[in-house]
Design a protein. Structure first.
Length: 576
């Protein structure tokens, strides 16, 4: 198959990648390049099964495969291993392509499907039969499993193992023609039922399965097994380095056997440790359960570790790529703290996100000595980390809103916010002092705080040199915009949710406080034109992004991550 084009990250993204870290996979590739193997070619692939949405673990593999190809001037294919139509859907295909592009990668004209090769794979299977290396087996599925044996006991040969070649060819053709019921027969490789590797004990190559395929329709009623189709597809595409996770290490001898028997191009398989992340499950089966059982709002629920869920929550592709580069690749499984992912995210958003003011639990403030009806504009810096982002003007008025938690009538020690008789600074504006409290006559609840302001403190400093220890964010009562804010925590309350709760079910570890939704929030007026996935730092609250549920009457924001960086704190030296 002719390979065309060259791929890598978009030009706009290349400046954030930097030199790729050294690892054992790159060491292998560089040794082979030095020796001239494969004519100096490097050709990888990302081969998802279209039976669910991709998650953060797949993002690591995407970055690795596309990144290696770009680093060595090679190619990377996107191939869907679509061999099980009963679980696959076009929805998953579309979402996977969107995720790969969003992460910053492109496969150019190298989009393939295992189903592209169904005719060739069938001929390969016929070739194995003619060689006496495959046979049609009439054992039912549970019998095949029973005959396979265990890790300590060898398997038992099928009574149909020694069928003549011509009979096997006839039966396999009739399987293809649809003469037999689903599950009544399989085509199996003839290898070694006593092998210490269970994958080598006469594995199934084809099964009968009447299911409409998303690409081939009802043309086929037999489908190749993943192990057979996967390695043969790599061979057909000229993949030089078949990079996969450790759970496929025991399958490598089977892949080698298929390719050697067929005498076709042999890709080199290299296994690396999959990503395990604290407070997260990385099983598509378990994630599908959460979706189907309504425990989350769908595959792109911001609580989900799917790439689409992370995107909707406000994670950036740059942060995910940085995370993948930072953790690197290893040969042994380990668990990475989610704090590291969030550290990469904070570093990225800190540089790019405009600072804005949002009041999540509003408390009215009335400045008694400020002129009624006056609207004053105060200047606010958009991002102190990036002066090129400039500034904006905010309306300042007699009536404002501050956070309810920013006022206490009887404050404890080291409480530096607003209290009776205490003076604080309003961000980008004046010093104010609380002079009295207004209450609801029936409930006694505080309804407003009456203050006075010092008009000589517009610069943020008092002419007489007095200091204040508290600075509060605020919004104008007359100009603020109504919003709904979603505060997210971990979906699971246990660091290792897959271990399950008392009943051994991972769902027992779902965090009941994973989402807090606040109504009646207020944001500054400049956010009126915000679009979905726009990022902001809400001062003192964290990083947020606009959600697609926003309407003209009410904006919706998802908290992407808080301001506190546990990972950075852990990395500090003791004397820092």
């Amino acid at each position: 198959m002719e390979n065309k084009g060259k791929e890598g990250r978009p030009e706009s993204d290349k400046d954030d990648s930097g030199p790729a870290p050294a690892d054992f996979i790159r060491e292998i590739i560089e040794e082979e390049l030095s020796s001239g193997k494969n004519g100096g070619r490097v050709h990888t692939r990302f081969p998802p099964e279209p039976n669910g949405y991709l998650h953060i673990g797949h993002a690591k593999s995407i970055c690795l495969n596309f990144g290696i190809a770009a680093q060595y001037g090679g190619l990377c294919n996107l191939r869907f291993d679509d061999t099980n139509p009963s679980k696959e859907d076009v929805e998953y295909v579309d979402s996977i392509m969107e995720d790969v592009r969003w992460l910053g990668f492109d496969w150019d004209d190298r989009l393939f499907y295992a189903s592209d090769y169904f005719d060739i794979l069938y001929e390969y299977a016929v070739r194995l039969i003619r060689m006496g290396k495959a046979f049609v087996c009439d054992l039912a599925g549970d019998q095949v499993r029973e005959y396979r044996g265990t890790l300590t006991q060898p398997g038992k040969e099928s009574p149909f193992r020694d069928r003549p070649v011509e009979e096997n060819l006839d039966l396999f053709a009739r399987m293809k023609a649809g003469e037999f019921e689903d599950g009544s027969r399989t085509l199996r490789a003839k290898i070694d039922m006593a092998s210490g590797n269970i994958n080598m004990r006469d594995p199934v190559i084809y099964r009968i399965l009447r299911a409409t395929h998303h690409r081939t329709g009802d043309k086929w009623c037999i489908y190749p097994m993943y192990d057979f189709a996967h390695c043969c597809s790599d061979s057909l595409e000229g993949i030089t380095h078949s990079i996969c996770t450790l759970e496929f290490e025991d399958h490598r001898p089977l892949y080698d056997w298929y390719l050697e028997q067929l005498g076709i191009f042999h890709s080199r398989q290299i296994e690396f440790a999959r990503l395990n992340l604290t407070y997260t499950v990385m099983s598509k089966r378990k994630l599908l359960m959460l979706v189907q059982e309504g425990r989350v709002g769908g595959w792109d629920d911001p609580l989900m570790p799917t790439i689409s869920g992370l995107r909707r929550r406000g994670y950036t592709p740059e942060a995910i790529r940085k995370f993948a580069d930072t953790i690197g690749v290893a040969k042994r499984d380990s668990t990475v703290s989610i704090d590291l992912l969030n550290h990469c995210l904070r570093e990225d958003l800190n540089a790019r996100a405009p600072r804005v003011m949002a009041v999540l639990r509003p408390l009215r403030v009335i400045i008694d000595n400020y002129p009624e009806g006056k609207v004053e504009e105060v200047e606010a810096v958009n991002n102190p980390e990036d002066p090129s982002m400039g500034s904006r003007m905010l309306p300042f008025t007699r009536e404002l809103y501050i956070e309810r938690d920013d006022f206490l009538e009887d404050p404890p020690g080291k409480y530096f916010r607003l209290a009776p008789g205490r003076e604080v600074r309003l961000k980008h504006a004046y010093f104010i002092k609380c002079v009295r409290v207004a209450r609801d006559g029936k409930t006694g609840e505080i309804t407003a705080i009456h203050c006075t302001y010092d008009p000589d403190t517009a610069s943020g400093e008092a002419p007489d040199g007095r200091k204040v220890k508290g600075t509060l964010h605020w919004v104008s009562a007359a100009h603020s915009i109504r919003a709904r804010v979603r505060l997210y925590d971990h979906l699971f309350g246990a660091e290792d949710p897959s271990s399950g709760g008392e009943g051994g079910d991972f769902r027992d570890n779902i965090n009941p406080g994973a989402l807090e939704e606040l109504e009646g929030c207020l944001v500054e007026p400049g956010l009126a034109g915000t679009a979905p996935l726009d990022h902001f730092q809400f001062l003192r609250h964290g990083y947020f992004c606009t959600d697609r549920d926003s309407t003209a009457d009410c904006l919706v924001f998802n908290r992407t991550v808080g301001l506190r960086d546990s990972w950075a704190k852990l990395r500090q030296k003791p004397d820092e």
